[in-house]
Design a protein around this ligand. Structure first.
Ligand code: GAP
Length: 505
């Protein structure tokens, strides 16, 4: 059984080998933390976006979508706070010349202590039957000691981050004895703030260039269009605006494959509500969003909420939906109650009123906002890593299978003529024409049938349809299911409804 690090490496190489994800600009040795989606990757990504859009826009009469530009007026990023406060604390190791995020160095240190606790717990589990993990955590002195260390560091770290105390962060890194993983030394520079926005120039320099930013989130495109959509769509509060689009962040530590990228995509929705009703709607969206995740059939224990104790100054509630990635539980989606902060700031900076007249209360107010925000790429990684499976078969061989939720799978049906003769290729072509209007499908004639099944398993195709000599006699085909490898015959006329029914589940 591979450990989690090995498993993650296998998942990354599987993504490349089967045309899901390639490093960007690979023939030029790549570009750090930027990736390209291949022929199957783009299908999975599109299916994820469509699944989200359907749930958010199609199934909510009071939510509409927009597609705002990536380039926006630079003052927007002043108003949103990104110019002044969208920073990460960075630190360099003077010997290796490598740059790190000071907060990540401390969080990794805390994780190492957490790993020690988990090891102790695992050891105890092997020794005792009916082992109660909670009891062990509170009674074992060694574990209690580790837990105390974690609590002390976490409290100090949270305080330093809140106060933006950069010298204090450096002192903590030195006190904890954190070394650079490359040079192995503790020879650190001071901690500095580093703004994460990419900037560029609009217009030629001769005309008087103006600095503009590549948006670091899609949300601001929604806020600045709030009134346009409300007025033209005659939207009544509560209502939402959804958007899917690219965002860019100059991450200092971009790692863990597509988990933290410099160019990525977000699916965001801002829900505008009456002041005072925001916490009710915050709870509503927590339930809706977790239900969306669980509707994909991924094990519920792979998700958990992480409520924020320390809130951003503009928020009055915030939670993350965390997912159990191969490298542990990490943020997949954020749900935030952002008060009326963003709209009020845009009122202030633009000088335009961004108010809603509520006919029920006869009042005019700046609406409060609940935001749901999820990264497409992070969702891709969650689904893909959860689906990857190496299965030992009865004959001793190992089958690599991507158990993707069928509705998200890039190819839904593969048509496989048993041999390349006796009219079977022609029959396969005929069948493809029947299936194509309904499903993404693929016809594969190369190699022995067993190898072709394995190839489709590795791509994650939920159904293979095999054409054999019996097909040529009675117009029946075999459906072979990816997960169970069960096979059964159906009449060609019943194939489309049978597959549609299975995919609707
Ligand atoms: N508008 C709110 C916002 O942008 P965020 O927590 O910074 O909040 C929301 O980002 C989501 O976007 C995250 O939960 C994550 O899924 C995704 N995300 C953020 N930074 C990312 C990055 N560098 N690479 C990939 N996904 C990222």
């Amino acid at each position: 059984m591979a450990n989690n690090e090995d498993l993650f490496k296998q998942i990354i190489s599987h993504a490349k080998e089967y045309g899901y994800i390639f490093p960007s600009s690979e023939i030029y040795d790549g570009l750090s933390a930027v990736y390209d989606y291949g022929q199957y990757g783009v299908e999975l990504k599109n299916n994820i976006k469509q699944y989200w859009w359907k749930a958010m826009v199609q199934f909510h009469e009071n939510i509409v979508g927009i597609d705002s530009a990536i380039f926006m007026h630079p003052t927007i990023w002043k108003a949103s706070g990104h110019v002044d406060a969208f920073n990460d604390p960075l630190i360099d190791n003077k010997d290796s010349k490598k740059r790190y995020r000071a907060d990540v160095l401390i969080e990794d240190h805390i994780q190492k202590i957490e790993d020690k606790i988990n090891k102790e717990v695992e050891k105890a589990k092997k020794r005792f039957e009916n082992f109660d993990e909670a009891m062990y955590r509170t009674t074992n002195a060694r574990v209690m000691g580790y837990q105390q260390q974690i609590d002390d560091i976490t409290a100090r770290y949270a305080d330093l981050m809140t106060r933006n105390d950069l010298a204090g962060l450096k002192a903590l890194i030195e006190e904890l004895g954190i070394c650079c993983p490359i040079s192995g030394t503790k020879n650190w520079t001071d901690v500095r703030q580093f703004n994460l926005m990419f900037s560029t120039q609009m217009g030629s320099v001769a005309e008087g260039a103006d600095t503009i930013y590549l948006r670091p989130e899609t949300a601001q495109g929604i806020f600045v269009n709030f009134l346009n959509v409300q007025k033209t769509g005659r939207m009544k509060i509560p209502f939402g605006i959804a958007q899917i689009g690219k965002a860019f962040r100059n991450e200092i530590v971009a790692r863990q494959f597509i988990f933290r990228m410099r160019e990525f995509e977000q699916m965001e929705m801002q829900f505008f509500v009456r002041p005072g009703e925001e916490l009710k709607w915050f709870d509503y969206w927590k339930k809706e969003r977790i239900a969306w995740h669980q509707s994909l059939g991924i094990a519920p224990e792979n998700y958990r909420f992480h409520d924020h104790e320390k809130l951003a100054h503009y928020a009055n509630a915030a939670t993350d939906i965390e997912f159990k990635f191969p490298f542990g539980f990490k943020e997949l989606e954020g749900i935030h109650s952002r008060t009326n902060y963003d709209l009020s700031r845009h009122e202030e900076f633009s000088g335009k009123k961004l108010r809603y007249f509520d006919p029920e209360t006869n009042e005019s107010y700046v609406p409060y906002v609940i935001e749901t925000s999820i990264g497409v790429d992070r969702m891709f990684l969650a689904v893909f890593s959860d689906a990857y499976c190496e299965e030992k078969l009865e004959d001793g061989t190992v089958r690599v299978v991507l158990r993707l939720p069928a509705k998200l799978a890039p190819i839904k049906v593969a048509v496989l003529p048993l041999v390349k003769k006796d009219g079977m290729p022609e029959k396969a072509e005929e069948l493809m024409q029947q299936l194509q209007p309904h499903f993404m499908c693929q016809c594969d004639m190369k190699d022995a049938i067993g190898r072709r099944y394995r190839r489709q398993d590795a791509i994650g195709t939920p159904f293979c349809v095999t054409i054999d000599s019996q097909t040529m006699e009675d117009d029946t085909v075999t459906i072979r299911e990816r997960d169970t490898m069960q096979q059964y015959r159906v009449n060609i006329n019943e194939l489309v409804p049978a597959l549609l029914q299975k995919l609707a589940k």
